[in-house]
Unconditional design. Structure first.
Length: 88
């Protein structure tokens, strides 16, 4: 499974609770083999940075589509995960 970092904008004025509610809904309704792993909310930039496993970008876009009004996708980057356990 490939890894992706997804940068979402957060609608101005959206609270952290509303952002977490959208993240929870996305995580529990992901489709097409996509799996949300974790997110970081950056309030001063009105962004959320998310770590995903998915077979492709399209699976992530399908999983997020109905929540784009709250957390629209700005960028998706394929990444290589580096596990700290590799260095022990």
């Amino acid at each position: 499974m490939d890894r992706f970092i997804v940068i979402h904008g957060v609608r101005p004025g959206t609270t952290q609770d509303e952002t977490w509610e959208a993240a929870h809904a996305i995580a529990t309704s992901a489709t097409g083999g996509a799996r949300w792993l974790r997110s970081y909310f950056v309030p001063e930039r009105e962004e959320m940075i998310c770590d995903w496993e998915a077979p492709n970008e399209a699976a992530i876009r399908r999983s997020v589509k109905r929540f784009e009004d709250v957390v629209p996708i700005k960028e998706i980057h394929p990444v290589v995960y580096v596990d700290p356990g590799l260095f022990k």
